[in-house]
Design a protein around this ligand. Sequence first.
Ligand SMILES: Cc1cc2nc3c(=O)[nH]c(=O)nc-3n(C[C@H](O)[C@H](O)[C@H](O)COP(=O)(O)OP(=O)(O)OC[C@H]3O[C@@H](n4cnc5c(N)ncnc54)[C@H](O)[C@@H]3O)c2cc1C
Length: 440
Amino acid sequence: MTLPGSPHVAVIGGGICGLAAAHRLVRRGARVTLLESSDQLGGLGTFFAHGDRWAERFYHCVMPSDASLLALLGELGLRDSVRWRETTMGMVVEGHRHPFNSALDLLRFSPLRLPDRVRFGVVSLLLRRLGRDKDLDRLRTEDWLRGLYGDVVWERLFAPMFGSKFGASFGDVPALYLWQRLGRERNVATRGYPAGGYKTIIDALRTSIERAGGTVRTSAPVRRLHSTGGRAVLTLAEGEVLDADHVVSTVPLPQLRRIADDELAARLPRTDLPYQGVVTGVFFLRRPLTEHYWTPVLHSGTEFDGVVAMSELAGTTGGHHLVYVMRYTDRGSPLYLDDDEAIAARWSAQLRALYPELGPDDLAEVRVFKAPFVEPVYPLGYLAERPPVAVAGTNLLLATTAHVYPDVTSWNSSVALANDVTSRIAVPAGDQPAVAEPAR
Ligand SMILES: Cc1cc2nc3c(=O)[nH]c(=O)nc-3n(C[C@H](O)[C@H](O)[C@H](O)COP(=O)(O)OP(=O)(O)OC[C@H]3O[C@@H](n4cnc5c(N)ncnc54)[C@H](O)[C@@H]3O)c2cc1C
């Protein structure tokens, strides 16, 4: 419910960060308008129809350590809808498949010689501890891992794994990123997936915002943003203009710069930060592909560098086994610019070459999805350079993947960021419930 004298907050972007921010603000009594450029909500966590079911364009799972996300799901009455499962990991090296879960798996892992296997196991056990009290933000990932694991492990395993995530400058990414990632995953095999998929969460957030009096608009791209002093003006399609007391922008910084007017652009943080995009192939199979949820694919002649067998976590989708393959890449790369059908054809052949037991009739459908901005390729010392959330001299607050570092880019870190950013907007105190009622 909107409180008298409450500020009008425009939230740009209807991914999880924008939805969580709008949910938080409207529950505190602010007048909220959420504007999403595409025709559906969810951002990188958005969905597509497959028969009468929905699937995510990009594979997503919840980790037990995702405290902010799980708390939000609790508010929405969805926490118990997360189904937890023990998952396993495989590894494909030079076309050969290996399980990669236990000490015995490691001892049998033939791509490394025995001394390197032992060193890998010991260092991995100690890695979190070895990173404590070190300035990992200023230490190159390559320098840290090469020193600890040795040249062979770096070149055979880590270089292709990090290269696939961060592109050519992967060795320069701060070791802090990896350390945080290990903290999020804590070597646990337990992963969660919400019943009905991520669309259930997106729909519940929309319902929650609208029930509390907020406005959610899709197909509503912000084309121009002006923000000085205490007011902002947002220009939408066909010249429609919206005034706001505060703006929360969740769009990646390069995209924000494109819509900012000259005055605002001069106040925005650096945008020469390179961003990684992603291409995913989504396969609907008539038979299971592998029992491993996550399988990095190294030195195997494929364009994709990992396989996620989503059905091992989420169950089948309309009777099909859902498998994602992915390649993180720059939005200007030849792969990113290639035709979806051509990618689908090549990646189907490459998947069959890796898993020859997959017959032509086993592949029911394949879809290709792309996202231009997944996360920045963080430079060394980014903790000190990270742009502030508040843009000086304006009423604009930034809540983007460039701000979640050193947390791992995830729904959890976006929700935590949304909580932080919205707490900076003053809303007159009302008698809102401390914990909102479930939206469904
Ligand atoms: C392949 C892949 C796998 C992932 N796996 C996981 C996982 O397992 N678990 C997990 O938690 N996270 C995962 N993530 C990360 C997660 O998806 C992101 O961290 C999160 O979705 C970021 O949310 P966001 O709201 O900050 O940004 P986004 O989702 O990018 O939302 C920004 C929104 O702004 C909109 N927008 C842009 N310009 C404008 C404009 N001018 N006007 C209006 N709207 C605009 C966009 O359309 C978009 O909807 C994965 C991501 C990818 C790509």
